[in-house]
Design a protein around this ligand. Structure first.
Ligand SMILES: Nc1nc2c(c(=O)[nH]1)N[C@H]1C(S)=C(S)[C@@H](COP(=O)(O)O)O[C@H]1N2
Ligand SMILES: [Mo]
Length: 308
């Protein structure tokens, strides 16, 4: 379904209408995704088709004004309200995303408007867990990353995917906090997993500056720092990209950043999470509740490097 203005859903109806992807994918995704690693087009198609077969489970979405005002976007300041209170200096239209790298046989520059007209915009209600031990539930609108990667025709050199975000001091008051653009990365099998999304909206409204307009990554089984905002480049590469937080502090952050209640952050417990917009805390779930769908990607669940 494409998002038209006539399709805009009032927030209060969301609870009934929007559901999350639930159990049942694992059995489909395992054989399909292993086919995919060989970059076979057929594998990619069936992986995407698997989405429509998935059962649905209900979650309570966080209110839009909370999602839009409690943010981490350090290029606009370090405080949670800095990004939403910052002047709207980010020019989000026109915007293009360049896709390339040695792993892409068909590199290209895609205008956001073209991406919108070429692909259906899908709705995904996902849990969202920040490494700082808080959580929300976000009704995203976006395009499965697998579709974009397929269009770039991945070859055998496409082992990882590297994401680079805008870094312009003229548009971002704190652009240089990390000494360069915000970088994130995924393995190719994580990137083409059917849960992985390039989001362009929340609650059927375009992303705002503070939530990563006009396009940002969403990987619901990982900590929020993986969700690179305002993406300008996607490269299919051979070697593991060093993401910004890993480079900033390799004792506390690594590449995989999968949610796990049993692997604490060096400075705090990850066993529970504070639910933003609600009272109290709840238990953290392994892979943020998506273990049935993604655990097969990680052969040794006692391996620490998968969980920081
Ligand atoms: N470019 C960029 N992307 C970013 C960040 C950032 O500081 N800069 N923060 C990350 C972190 S730590 C989190 S938790 C999420 C927060 O997303 P939200 O503000 O939409 O909740 O964005 C991630 N993406
Ligand atoms: Mo985060």
């Amino acid at each position: 379904m494409r998002v038209k203005s006539s399709d805009i859903t009032p927030e209060k109806l969301y609870r009934q209408r929007r559901r999350m992807i639930g159990l049942g994918l694992a059995s489909l995704a395992l054989p399909l995704t292993s086919k995919l690693i060989a970059s076979s087009d057929n594998g990619l198609d069936s992986n995407l088709d698997a989405m429509s077969a998935m059962p649905e489970i209900e979650l309570t979405p966080t209110k839009l004004d909370i999602i839009n005002t409690y943010n981490n976007y350090y290029e606009f300041g370090f405080g949670k309200s800095d990004p939403s209170e910052a002047k709207k200096t980010l020019i989000t239209s026109p915007w293009s995303v360049e896709i390339g790298g040695a792993g892409a046989d068909k590199p290209g520059i895609y205008d956001i408007a073209d991406l919108h007209s070429e692909h259906d915009i899908e709705n995904r209600l996902y849990r969202f867990r920040c490494v700082e031990a808080w959580s929300m539930v976000v009704p995203w609108n976006g395009i499965p990353l697998a579709k974009i990667i397929k269009a770039a025709q991945p070859n055998s050199k496409a082992r990882y995917v590297r994401f680079q975000t805008l870094n312009d001091p003229k548009q971002m008051p704190n652009a240089n906090w990390a000494g360069g653009p915000y970088i994130e990365g995924l393995t190719i099998s994580e990137a083409v997993h059917p849960l992985t999304l390039l989001a362009t909206g929340i609650y059927d409204k375009p992303l705002e500056q503070q939530t990563g307009a006009p396009i940002r990554l969403v990987v619901p089984w990982k900590y929020g720092f993986k969700y690179a905002k305002s993406i300008v480049r996607i490269d299919l590469v051979e070697t593991m990209p060093q993401n910004t937080w890993w480079r900033q502090n390799d004792r506390e952050y690594g590449f995989y950043a999968n949610v796990n209640p049993k692997f604490d952050h060096p400075r705090w417990s990850q066993a529970t999470e504070r639910v933003i917009g609600s009272f109290g805390r709840q238990k953290t779930l392994l892979f943020n509740g998506y273990a049935d769908e993604v655990a097969y990607l990680y052969p040794d669940l006692s391996d620490r490097r998968y969980f920081y």
